[in-house]
Design a protein around this ligand. Structure first.
Ligand SMILES: [Zn+2]
Ligand SMILES: [Zn+2]
Length: 245
């Protein structure tokens, strides 16, 4: 028996999945000091007059996980969340158990904050309170375009019939891409978990993925993967949820 040419196998499978192909962008990063409004992982966020956002449970300042400035996104992504600076704060305070106490795996936790600040928000430069966790600041310096495909759960929902071999192949992490990315298909860990808007109840749009121990030295449960989504109509409605094995 001849050996399977996996490259060819994947090319053939990709052509079968081509109706569901989406472009995703993987952030390219560099450890360096950034400007206040730059796109970044961790470090110093753009702050309003209220100062550094505090956790609703332990009242300590929350860690900035990611800040995305719509001006820095790839042009072809068409400003997916609108114009502004998207920020995700998460309580990573090691002296409290906010992750467990506040169900941070689910949307609308007291220990997370997601918001979009207008591009012209005046920067608050006098900051007295900063988080105790000392995560390295990574500037997002560019984006690498990726072809992304749905996972086997979503393909089943979409009515695509896969052979066992094809399913196994996809489950080997070929698709969807599992690291940090803008748009594309979510890398679900426990099955499809799109969030619904609190106002209109419609399915929210997946915007950004944060994986465990990637650009952020943080583990969501046991190597979980987090997804940030937004209602296409109620743009202020943002949600982050994560799942792990
Ligand atoms: Zn907390
Ligand atoms: Zn809505």
């Amino acid at each position: 028996m001849s050996e399977i040419d996996w490259e060819k196998y994947w090319e053939e499978l990709k052509s079968k999945l081509s109706p569901y192909r989406k472009i995703a962008w993987e952030p390219q990063t560099q450890e360096q000091v950034t400007e206040i409004s730059d796109s970044k992982f961790c470090g110093m966020p753009l702050l309003t007059a209220e100062g550094w956002p505090e956790c609703g449970n332990c009242n300590e300042p929350m860690q900035l996980f990611v800040q995305l400035n719509s001006k820095d996104l790839p042009e072809a992504s068409n400003t997916p969340f609108g114009d502004g600076i998207l920020q995700v704060f998460y309580c990573a305070n090691e002296n409290s158990s906010c992750e467990a106490d506040c169900d941070t795996w689910a949307a609308n936790s007291k220990a997370t904050l997601l918001r979009i600040l207008p591009l012209n928000t005046p920067a608050q430069t006098e900051v007295t309170l900063i988080p105790s966790s000392d995560y390295p600041e990574l500037k997002i310096t560019g984006w690498e375009e990726l072809e992304d495909y749905p996972d086997t759960f979503e393909l089943e929902e979409l009515g695509v019939e896969l052979s066992e071999d094809e399913e196994d192949f996809l489950c080997e992490d070929e698709a969807p891409f599992s690291g940090e990315k803008l748009l594309g298909w979510p890398h679900w860990v426990q099955g499809i978990e799109y969030q619904s808007c609190k106002i209109c109840n419609k399915q929210m749009q997946f915007i950004f993925q944060i994986d465990s121990s990637g650009n952020i030295p943080y583990m969501f449960g046991d190597s979980g993967c987090a997804h940030i989504s937004q209602c296409t109509e109620h743009k202020e409605q943002l949600a982050m949820a994560w799942a792990c094995c």
